[in-house]
Design a protein around this ligand. Structure first.
Ligand SMILES: Cc1cc2nc3c(=O)[nH]c(=O)nc-3n(C[C@H](O)[C@H](O)[C@H](O)COP(=O)(O)OP(=O)(O)OC[C@H]3O[C@@H](n4cnc5c(N)ncnc54)[C@H](O)[C@@H]3O)c2cc1C
Length: 457
């Protein structure tokens, strides 16, 4: 519990209105989009880097835990105060400082919502590559700290690929800058890329230089339906294997199709065991040749039908259906969460077969959703937390799925991060020496272990 005089010191730094301790405020900040809840001792909402620097000096001096938070949409318990402390809400730092068309980049504060940056960039015919399905709510600071991806990561990369520089307040209160507006930069260690994906454990990001790219002249969306999940997985490997890179290649299986069926009037073919939602973009010629080849491949892999959206509105309806999977699943069972196992794309058929086997073995309700083109699976688990037998089978399923993922050369997380949700699986992917290196890095940045302690390390 926070001592009264320390609380008063924080309060005087940010002003009475921006230091919260009322029970209803603490309850609001006790959860994120994962399942576990921990109540913080207080919530602080500073206005700028100067206030953050001052409060970090106090936190370091008093060894008070600080948990940075954007919109709290992370799926791994990354913003809950597991060991107590103060949640640092960055939403007041929400300015788009500059859209720099000459250097194809944007300078933004961390609390800017992803969709707002997209809107501002679109006025200049530009976009920010990362498009997480949570883009209407999540912040660029959260995107950087979790190295977020999204459907179009296949072509445009994840946040780390679209990041040029950062301003970061360290636990000491010192402020550093990494990278800049240049595309090339090989000066010293690449701290920008290290901080990206650090899950709020190394420093507080207070400014971001994000790379922007041109909005493609044309887009086309297809829906390919298959009678077998395995055929879908093989057609994904074949499309990528033919060196065609769609903007997005999303896989959705029957359990989930049934849940979102009729969503916004959309009817999926009745006999489809799985569908592929494919988006290609570029100029007219390349769209035509890609369309032709993708359709050919899908039929070679036994597609039942390949339909293309004839208007942008129709395409948007398909994407809305894709984004509706989470909410639709939440109507089905009380506990719903998605995992993030990711394999080299050539192994997609193998991991999908493994998941189908595990589903039978453990008798669970699981639907495969995947950013399939980059091998990033989001199996959606639907269960009931009060059913202890079901929860045990669930644990076992996830353990076996991650063991298989790693054995196939994959990773525990493609984009959601580790947090408290998957910390226990870290030794599957990294040996003790590698984890020790990470602990060493953490110690250099955060000698008192006050930033998001009890997270993945
Ligand atoms: C419906 C839904 C769909 C989603 N779809 C996707 C998807 O397609 N792709 C994807 O990658 N993710 C997805 N996510 C996960 C999540 O939205 C992303 O990881 C997003 O980047 C989190 O942003 P946030 O602002 O909510 O960050 P938060 O959840 O608030 O924080 C995330 C992490 O960043 C740290 N952090 C936040 N701001 C800062 C800062 N300024 N300085 C230092 N650390 C900071 C926090 O401590 C925490 O560790 C989805 C989530 C939901 C609920």
């Amino acid at each position: 519990v926070l001592k009264a005089e320390i609380a008063a010191e924080f309060r005087s730094l940010v002003g009475e209105d921006w230091f919260l301790t009322a029970p209803e405020d603490l309850a609001t900040y006790s959860y994120d989009a994962f399942i576990k809840e921990f109540q913080p001792d207080a919530v602080i909402l500073p206005a700028d880097r100067a206030e953050i620097s001052k409060m970090m000096r106090v936190a370091s001096r008093e060894k008070i835990n600080i948990i940075p938070r954007g919109a709290g949409t992370n799926l791994c318990g990354n913003t809950v105060a597991r060991q107590g402390g103060i949640v640092l809400d960055l939403n007041r730092l929400n300015k788009i400082i500059e859209i720099d068309t000459a250097n194809l980049c944007a300078v933004v504060q961390p609390g800017v919502i992803n969709a707002d940056l997209q809107k501002a960039a679109a006025q200049f015919g530009l976009m920010f590559g990362p498009d997480p399905a949570s883009m209407m709510a999540c912040t660029i600071g959260g995107n950087v700290a979790l190295n977020a991806g999204g459907p179009r990561a296949l072509k445009y990369g994840v946040t780390r690929d679209n990041l040029l520089g950062l301003e970061v307040v360290l636990t000491s209160g010192d402020i550093i800058r990494t990278g800049g507006k240049t595309i090339k930069n090989v000066t010293g260690y690449d701290l920008t890329r290290l901080l990206c994906g650090s899950e709020g454990t190394l420093g507080i990001i207070t400014e971001i230089i994000a790379k922007l790219v041109a909005v493609p002249p044309q887009r086309k969306t297809f829906l390919a339906s298959f009678a077998s999940l395995y055929d879908v997985a093989r057609s994904v490997s074949s499309i990528i294997g033919s060196a065609i890179i769609p903007a997005a290649l999303e896989l959705m299986e029957k359990v989930l199709i049934d849940l979102v069926k009729n969503y916004a009037g959309l009817i999926f073919p009745e006999d489809a065991e799985a569908v592929l939602l494919i988006e290609i973009d570029g100029d007219e010629d390349s769209i035509q040749s890609m369309s032709h080849r993708i359709t050919e491949i899908c039929f070679e892999e036994n597609a039942l039908r390949v339909d293309s959206a004839s208007t942008p509105k129709e395409a948007e309806r398909l994407w809305q259906a894709r984004r509706a999977v989470g909410p639709a699943a939440r109507m089905a069972r009380p506990l719903v969460f998605s995992e993030d196992a990711t394999v080299p794309v050539s192994k997609l058929p193998d991991i999908i077969q493994k998941i189908a086997e595990l589903r039978q073995k453990h008798r669970l309700m699981v639907g495969v959703l995947a950013h399939a083109g980059d091998g990033n699976l989001h199996p959606i688990f639907m269960a009931d937390m009060n059913d202890t037998d079901e929860m045990e089978r669930l644990e076992q399923f996830i353990q076996e799925m991650y063991e298989a993922t790693i054995a196939m050369g994959g990773t525990l997380s493609g984009e959601h991060g580790i947090g408290i949700a998957k910390a226990k699986y870290m030794p599957l992917e990294y040996n003790a020496a590698a984890i020790e290196i990470m602990r060493g890095i953490k110690k250099v940045f955060d000698p008192h272990n006050i930033l998001n302690p009890g997270s993945f390390l």
